[in-house]
Ligand binder design. Structure first.
Ligand code: MN
Ligand code: MN
Length: 485
């Protein structure tokens, strides 16, 4: 076909436009979808995810997560640091420590002594849930209930009318420990917190959500069959007491010294026709803790001593002797310094190590949900599928209570991920003035460590069924690996 001058001019204009686009494209910050990353293969992603799902179904509480992690650590030839009394550790040695069954530290010793600094990936292994009160048992209207006290930030209505499993421990009068796990097997019974039928919910639904559901009314239904004679007192409750005594050898007072938790009874599942996502209870924060665990298990000969730090109590402020506010990390680093230094050990080595250490605070990020417009600033939001979410600061309103990483440290992490083809994007928790939150980053930053939040974006955070992209989980895992190694 003959080219007319009009067409020629048009094509010249198009060419010019493309040149300008290309020129500015190089100048523009772009994010890519992790599925498009040519350095990721679907087989590796799926292999990690299948293991992750299996692990999640076994580890629904902080105690279970630590128990499973210890098993994996031992399988990978990590030694219990508390059983190494004397001597020294050499590069490549692998050690771990468990604190009170709910916090764990794992380390691979670096080429340099620990006093020259460490590389830490820290995540938490507790999740929002429904705890059983210490004196929980009562009957009403021919039914038996457990009183509960929710743990962490939940939207209470999400936890009603779903099957719940009971996990935890009961310490008997003589000090022996009974482990409880009911509701995970297909033929196990489950428990539930009831909700009101819509037909009679006229008053309930006209209330504010924050007022319509009362924590004190969130009682879990646990039985409805009587024992004994019709005129006996508490014969429905007595039946439960008898069953508990028959099966676990416990009496009612033993419940006082228990930690029992109701968690969703369902398993981790693929989500979507394309199976591109995983839905599960407590992605927050096993979705970062598991990749952090895998990363340290695979770390071989790091330059700096590599540490994975799994903490408890993050959902209620990182408090106590198993939370990130505790001295567990400092004590662990002190021992690593003592076991790796060529100098006379002193407290100054620990201070120096902390000042020179760097950490990724591995915690979930709130992915942009197009069904809830306005909660995020689109330019600075976390997105499902765009790889690791890097968050410079947390906090609320005017960055109050934030952990704020330095531009220098963010630059270092950005460089590391770019050099290793790890997809990432820059995020905030949400739009300014919409709310806020924090992670364990601030506690560790207080010790002198450079810390930045680097985790997986999820949907429906803190609900019984959180959703994440498989490719993002893999990105986090790869990111933690290159950071530790
Ligand atoms: Mn979290
Ligand atoms: Mn959380």
């Amino acid at each position: 076909m003959l080219e007319t001058s009009g067409d020629k001019k048009k094509s010249e204009r198009t060419k010019k436009k493309n040149d300008i686009d290309n020129k500015y494209e190089e100048l523009t910050y772009k994010t890519t979808n992790a599925w498009d990353n040519p350095h990721f293969d679907k087989k590796s992603i799926n292999a990690l995810i299948e293991d992750y799902k299996a692990f999640m179904n076994k580890a629904k509480t902080e105690r279970e997560f630590i128990k499973e992690s210890v098993a994996l650590a031992k399988k990978n030839k990590f030694k219990n640091l508390d059983e190494i009394s004397e001597g020294s550790l050499k590069p490549g040695d692998k050690v771990y420590r468990v604190v009170k069954d709910r916090l764990m530290l794992l380390s691979v010793i670096g080429q340099r002594p620990a006093e020259e600094g460490t590389r830490i990936v820290g995540a938490h292994v507790d999740s929002p849930r429904i705890d059983i009160k210490q004196n929980p048992l009562y009957e009403s209207t021919d039914m038996v209930f457990f009183k509960t006290h929710y743990y962490g930030g939940i939207k209470k209505y999400q936890w009603l009318a779903i099957p719940l499993a009971l996990h935890g421990v009961i310490i008997k009068a003589d000090g022996t420990k009974v482990e409880i796990n009911i509701g995970e097997e297909d033929d196990d019974p489950v428990f539930t917190i009831t909700d009101l039928l819509p037909h009679l919910a006229k008053d309930q639904v006209s209330q504010k959500v924050s007022e319509a559901f009362k924590g004190e009314n969130m009682n879990a239904l646990i039985g409805s069959e009587p024992i004994g004679n019709e005129d006996d007192k508490d014969r429905f409750k007595n039946n439960i007491l008898k069953l508990l005594n028959d099966k676990y050898g416990i009496v009612e007072e033993d419940l006082v010294s228990s930690e029992l938790q109701l968690v969703p009874a369902f398993k981790a599942r693929d989500v979507g026709f394309d199976r591109s996502m995983v839905g599960a209870y407590a992605h927050d924060d096993r979705i970062c803790a598991y990749p952090a665990l895998m990363a340290i298990l695979e770390t071989k000969k790091p330059e700096y001593t590599a540490i994975t730090y799994l903490t408890d109590k993050e959902e209620i402020g990182s408090v106590g002797n198993t939370g990130a506010e505790s001295r567990a990390l400092e004590n662990f680093i002190a021992d690593l310094c003592a076991f790796t230094t060529k100098k006379q050990y002193s407290d100054r080595l620990v201070r120096a190590s902390l000042d020179r250490s760097k950490m990724l605070s591995a915690d979930v990020n709130a992915a942009m949900d197009p069904n809830y417009e306005g909660t995020h600033d689109r330019l600075n939001a976390g997105y499902l599928g765009k790889g690791i979410a890097i968050m410079k600061y947390s906090g609320s309103r005017g960055k109050s209570g934030a952990s704020d990483a330095s531009a220098e440290y963010l630059g270092e992490i950005r460089r590391l991920f770019n050099e290793n083809n790890i997809p990432w994007h820059i995020t905030e928790l949400g739009a300014v003035d919409k709310g806020g939150g924090g992670t364990i980053a601030m506690m560790i930053a207080n010790l002198g460590v450079d810390v930045i939040d680097v985790g997986v974006p999820i949907l429906s955070m803190h609900s019984p069924f959180e959703v994440a992209s498989k490719a993002d989980i893999y990105a986090a895992y790869r990111g933690y690996c290159v950071f530790l190694e």
